[in-house]
Design a protein around this ligand. Structure first.
Ligand code: ADP
Ligand code: PMV
Length: 620
């Protein structure tokens, strides 16, 4: 199995045509830049571990049980294999056996039951199908999407799940077949959650952009430029069934009026499709017209009407999306719409209803992606030159090295050698002979946890820096993620680094790597303005534990202080780069990353020999 896979897939909104689509008119669904991420990691032992981060739900399934389950239906029933073209029909007998296994052996209770049991069954089904030989793995799910609010969290999950498991099982290639395969298996997963879905949501989450849909017709993908919107959740639950029923009632009572609305909707969607085809843009006036139509169909809600009216006062157009009766609306933000204008709109809305929630995101974003560690590679390249820099000695998967307790036992191991002569200041250079100005770095990357140990051949046991990094959701509130003992805690010094804050050395400043100025065109993230961490949602903290051991009489404190300061600069710089280079690495597959690593190894060797000095130095 592939060691580590990370797949993201976006949510969706209905741009035009909800409700009328039920009567055979066309509708347009569009991707929304809020993502579900599925991480699949190889795991030693004999269990499959699944964790749905949002509800703090995790579950362990013994492989033996899963093998037994699979063998119980493989002979008697039609069980889909991944390669079967028609692998989208779930044999009812297979479904029943999975139901029994999940419900009886692993059943959830209460609220979790209705919300997550179906998801869990989908996972079991896709896992059994993806792997011929069942293998232990851990699969974690995180989402930026509100669940059950009409923004397609279930389809986004389904696509990330299918992509993660298929890629981990080595089933995906890097061409269009991937999308088709992933979409078909996401559809299977959607069937577990929704019974009889149309398939539009998972298709949007797979392909991204916009999709035109009409009952009984093939889906038509449409290109769409990223268009920024402000999504506003009314935080009002609604029942799609009840709202669809309201429109059915209108049809029964007043068929002519109903038909008139259907015709209006058809004309509107056709105009919007033309607009997308020609300019890739969403027209605010069509959004406004569609909202009026939905109000006439009596599927809006006072909170939705209030959002639309308040936006209009700021000369912005908005509509509900999905079933209506609560749920979400989106406001179209023109390209020149300033952040201040958006913030003012939010304040005006909050002043009228303080329960509202907001997401300022692009629409029409790309579909599923497999993302990885581009920044590390690029950073090494920039720091290498003129005899200095990085030499990569080993880069291979590792297993059976339990990092921090028994968690994260598998990942990628690298061993590198850093040649530092010119990077060190005069003081340090006088301390060390030339041969000692080489550091060796061993790193175990089991994201979200990574450990790096730096040693020096000359100083042997008298020199060691260890850096442990743990990436966790939140704003740094956690007190002891590295599980330090009370003694260690007493010695620990905590330094908060804000990647959009002050730099320790002004010479480290690079305009292109300034998060306060940067906006990502692919993800819509940034710029990070003061107080960003309090507003950003979701937000992640990387907790770094730096331990440093330098035994050299008379210099110990001085060198240790210097190392700590240097590390703070390096972390700040690297994490600023991770954000500001996102448009370069977002969407790379793990295979593309590994290919880049091989290429960079050769390039680094050449650069070290040939080119001039680069990167940061302690003499700056
Ligand atoms: N992150 C997630 N992890 C696991 N299951 C999820 C996740 N997000 C959504 N789901 C599944 O999708 C269901 C919500 O689907 P649905 O009610 O159609 O709302 P939405 O419009 O958000 O897709 C959940 O009850 C759950 O079964
Ligand atoms: C109202 C409707 O057009 C869309 C419902 O969307 P949602 O349940 O809000 O995701 C119903 C449908 O198309 O099945």
């Amino acid at each position: 199995m592939v060691i580590e896979v990370k797949v993201t897939a976006p949510g969706k909104a209905i741009l035009h045509g909800e409700h009328t689509v039920v009567y055979g008119t066309k509708a347009i669904a569009i991707s929304v830049g809020l993502y579900t991420t599925v991480n699949v990691n190889k795991r030693p032992g004999s269990d499959v571990f699944v964790s749905f981060g949002e509800v703090g739900l995790s579950h362990t399934l013994p492989i033996e049980e899963l093998k037994e389950l699979k063998s119980s239906f493989s002979d008697n029933f039609r069980f889909q294999t991944i390669d079967k073209v028609d692998g989208v029909e779930i044999d009812p007998n297979v479904s029943k056996l999975i139901d029994d296994y999940v419900t009886l052996k692993n059943g959830f209770t209460g609220k979790l039951r209705s919300a997550f049991e179906a998801t869990f069954k989908a996972f079991v089904f896709v896992y059994l199908a993806a792997f011929d030989e069942l293998e232990p793995l851990s699969l974690t799910v995180e989402t930026e999407l509100p669940v059950g609010a009409g923004l397609g969290s279930s389809a986004s999950f389904a696509v990330a799940l299918a992509g993660g498991l298929l890629a981990a099982a080595g089933r995906t290639k890097h061409d269009s077949i991937d999308s088709d395969l992933i979409n078909r298996w996401a559809f299977v997963s959607e069937k577990f959650v929704h019974g009889n879905p149309s398939g539009i949501d998972n298709t949007v989450a797979t392909l991204g952009g916009a999709i035109m849909y009409q009952k009984g017709e093939p889906l038509v993908p449409l290109k769409c430029s990223n268009v920024r919107v402000l999504i506003v959740s009314t935080e009002t639950p609604r029942s799609t069934k009840e709202l669809v029923g309201r429109v059915a009632e209108l049809k029964e009572k007043n068929p002519d009026l109903h038909q008139k609305y259907m015709d209006e909707a058809t004309a509107l969607v056709e105009k919007a499709v033309e607009e997308l085809k020609s300019s890739g843009q969403i027209k605010p006036e069509y959004v406004e017209q569609n909202q009026v139509l939905l109000q006439n169909l009596k599927v809006s809600h006072p909170r939705l009407d209030m959002i639309v009216e308040t936006a209009k006062k700021k000369d912005l157009r908005a509509k509900l999306t999905g079933a209506g009766g609560g749920g979400c609306a989106f406001v179209v933000l023109p390209i020149d719409c300033s952040n201040e204008r958006v913030e003012e709109l939010k304040s005006n809305l909050i002043a009228q209803c303080d329960e509202l929630k907001f997401w300022s995101v692009p629409m029409g974003v790309s579909g599923y992606k497999i993302g990885q560690l581009w920044s590390v590679i690029e950073s090494s390249r920039r720091e290498t030159g003129g005899g200095d820099g990085v030499e990569i000695l080993v880069n291979e998967p590792f297993e059976n090295k339990p990092l921090i307790g028994n968690e994260f036992p598998a990942g990628q191991y690298t061993k590198k050698r850093y040649y530092l002569q010119s990077k060190l200041n005069g003081f340090v250079r006088t301390l060390l002979p030339n041969s000692a100005m080489v550091l060796e770095e061993a790193a175990w990357n089991a994201y979200p946890y990574c450990r790096t140990v730096i040693t020096n051949e000359y100083m042997k046991r008298d020199f060691e820096i260890s850096i442990e990094s743990y990436h966790l959701p939140g704003k740094g509130e956690l007190q002891n993620v590295h599980k330090l003992t009370p003694d260690q805690l007493a010695q620990r010094e905590v330094i908060m680094i804000d990647i959009a804050g002050e730099l320790l050395e002004s010479s480290d400043y690079i305009k292109e790597e300034d998060p306060t100025r940067f906006t990502s065109s692919k993800t819509g993230k940034g710029p990070l303005t003061p107080g960003w961490a309090n507003r950003a949602d979701p937000v992640m903290t990387c907790y770094k534990l730096v331990k440093c051991n330098f035994h050299w009489f008379g210099f110990q404190n001085r060198v240790e202080r210097y190392i700590q300061r240097m590390q703070q600069r390096v972390f700040t710089k690297f994490h600023r780069q991770v954000l500001c280079w996102v448009d370069n690495w977002f969407g790379l597959t793990i295979e593309e990353i590994r290919e880049l690593e091989v290429a960079i190894k050769e390039e680094l060797e050449r650069q070290r020999a040939e080119t001039q000095l680069r990167g940061s130095s302690t003499r700056d």
